[in-house]
Design a protein around this ligand. Structure first.
Ligand code: ATP
Ligand code: FE
Length: 347
């Protein structure tokens, strides 16, 4: 099987060609960071227009790099949600056009399923496994028992960690996306200089919260500015290290509980925040202590990409799923429709 995957749910236009034996023949990611930089966040209208302009070329480049043309494909997978609706629509329209023109099967993919199934593309991983999906817009623990079987056993009740990294970067005057910037600053920081909270650690279950942590960083910053008239380079490093440690500790403790609750043999992590070295190490330690295996995709497959969509498309296709020309773009699309007893209300 050879699939084209198209991704356009946020600010990365991406296309990839992936084979059913888990070979990534090509993966093109055309990021829009520069387009949105002056606005301090992703502007949906600008993103939608850029996707509409660039996706074609991403697909062309992905095919060229794979040394393939459309007739070598067995199907076309596309992110059909959740995400910024204009961008998702641009991808879905392109995929429908290609499917109609070639007669190839069309498979709509949930972007979150794309992230959550990535460890099966990058590792020899069988079901079931525990997935911690930590990205710019989401944070949830999922018990994954099949390509379309996700049981949510906890998640954030407010911000996603990626969002918190981005906001912390913004309030410290660092570049966007905030995750890599905060991680770089934290490298030489003293994590113990500021005592930041560990939200919801005292509450049972696997729900998480990050908005109070972000506010605590804001207060610490304001305190420093008031006392010194500004921030010193060291202050930024120390604040970033303290923040990153707090996020990492909370994620690790909740992952420990989620492993215990599910008895899953593997802890897998995916989503942009999974690119963070401190967080990866903390999760790896938790898995080892629980006697579970740990797996995380390489960094480039943690953030948004087309390969994960092509792969999720292959997995869905193998289960007999196809979509028709009535495939719709969905701004919201929860991965799990079952309510687990430990369920929270977050995203
Ligand atoms: P979603 O998948 O929830 O729709 P998204 O697609 O925008 O959101 P991703 O592309 O998976 O999210 O991840 C982007 C997020 O990951 C950003 O918030 C970014 O700051 C964060 N991130 C990237 N690298 C790192 C890192 N090294 N440390 C922490 N966070 C990081
Ligand atoms: Fe994503």
């Amino acid at each position: 099987l050879v699939f084209l995957g198209i991704e356009s749910s946020c600010d990365d236009s991406a296309a990839a060609i992936v084979r059913g034996d888990r070979t990534i023949l090509s993966s093109i990611v055309d990021g829009q960071t520069a387009l949105h930089a002056e606005f301090g966040g992703v502007v949906p209208e600008i993103a939608a227009r850029a996707h509409a302009e660039r996706l074609d070329l991403c697909v062309e480049r992905a095919l060229a790099e794979a040394g393939a043309d459309l007739h070598d494909l067995d199907g076309i997978a596309v992110t059909a949600g959740p995400g910024l609706i204009g961008g998702v629509m641009a991808g879905v329209m392109l995929a429908k056009g290609l499917a109609a023109g070639t007669g190839l099967p069309l498979v709509g993919v949930n972007h979150l399923a794309g992230h959550a199934l990535t460890p099966r593309l990058t590792d020899d991983l069988a079901f079931p496994y525990l997935m911690l999906l930590v990205s710019g817009g989401h944070c949830q623990f999922l018990h994954v028992t099949g390509p379309d079987d996700f049981t949510r056993i906890g998640g954030t009740i407010d911000d996603a960690p990626g969002e918190a990294f981005d906001k912390v970067a913004k309030l410290l005057g660092l570049a966007q996306p905030g995750g890599p910037a905060v991680e770089a600053e934290a490298r030489d920081g003293d994590a113990l200089r500021f005592a930041l909270p560990r939200p919801l650690l005292d509450r049972e279950g696997c729900d998480l919260s990050f908005s109070g942590l972000k506010t605590a960083v804001l207060r610490a910053r304001d305190g420093l500015v008031a006392a010194q008239g500004g921030l010193r380079a060291r202050d930024r490093g120390d604040l970033c290290a303290a923040f990153q440690n707090a996020v990492s500790e909370v994620l690790a403790e909740k992952a420990r509980r989620a492993l215990q609750h599910t008895g899953a043999p593997v802890l897998a992590v995916a989503g942009g925040v999974a690119a963070n070295g401190t967080i990866r190490t903390a999760l790896q330690d938790v898995a080892t202590a629980a006697g579970a295996r740990f797996t995380a995709p390489p960094l480039a497959l943690c953030t948004d990409n087309g390969a994960m969509i092509a792969w999720a498309g292959i997995e869905r296709f193998r289960e007999g799923n196809r979509d028709g020309m009535d495939l719709v773009a969905r701004p919201r699309w929860p991965l799990d429709t079952r309510a687990a007893p430990m369920l929270g209300t977050g995203k």
